[in-house]
Design a protein around this ligand. Structure first.
Ligand code: FMN
Length: 201
């Protein structure tokens, strides 16, 4: 597969299962993160990789509990919860979840050492998170593993940190759920016009 074959093939896959070579998927994901560039070579990205019972606990216990409490707190109608609960079940059916974090201690350290760029380091940290996430997603695509990206942070942060002893300086940014593609839910989306997107001179 060429690079562009991978970019074309990568889509949000929501009907995921557990029928993959898990070791290969996790190794692939890790290598993609290792090979990703970061500003000042900070390497501030951190990843909590959950598979097996840990993945099931995340989507079967932690997220439903915390999200339901938050929705109740906000007065969200009960029927909305039913749809959400179904969606969480579908995430649980997948093989694993990579939870992407950014180490805020690293951001602070760089701000102290390079005061001139102080305001940029939090921005570059966010960009770095995007880069490791998409590289991992594309790398999984190459080996035929499907994934979708979720954002249940900050609602779940404390419970996840407690369950898996995540350092306090790690800030949760996203959750990439991955597994076998049981039904291909990927679709080519319409693209905005090049005249809107690009200026060439
Ligand atoms: C930064 C970012 C955040 C996203 N957040 C979510 C999300 O919280 N939930 C979700 O279902 N999809 C999320 N997506 C998936 C996008 O909706 C999806 O990538 C986009 O519509 C293009 O579709 P495709 O992934 O199938 O190509 C996110 C994608 C990106 C790049």
């Amino acid at each position: 597969m060429t690079y562009f074959d991978i970019l074309k093939k990568r889509h949000s896959q929501y009907a995921l299962g557990k029928n993959i070579d898990g070791t290969k998927a996790v190794d692939t994901l890790k290598e993609a993160v290792r090979l990703s560039p970061t500003a000042f070579n900070a390497e501030g990205g951190r990843v909590l990789i959950l598979t097996g019972d840990a993945h099931d606990k995340l989507w079967g216990e932690i997220v439903p509990t915390d999200l339901k409490a938050e929705m109740d707190r906000q007065g969200v109608p009960a029927n909305v919860w039913e749809n959400t609960a179904q969606k969480l079940e579908s995430f649980k059916a997948a093989f694993g979840t990579a939870l992407f974090y950014e180490d805020q201690d690293k951001v602070k350290e760089l701000q102290e050492n390079f005061a001139l760029y102080k305001d940029n380091f939090p921005i570059w940290s966010e960009q770095g998170s995007g880069i490791i996430t998409i590289n991992a997603w594309n790398a999984l695509t190459e080996i035929g593993v499907g994934a979708n990206l979720q954002h249940y942070n900050p609602v779940i942060d404390a419970s996840v940190a407690k369950a898996w002893h995540v350092p306090a300086s790690w800030k949760l940014r996203s959750q990439l759920i991955f597994g076998s593609i049981e039904t291909d839910t990927g679709e080519e989306k319409d693209k905005i016009a090049d005249t809107v997107r690009f200026i060439e001179a």
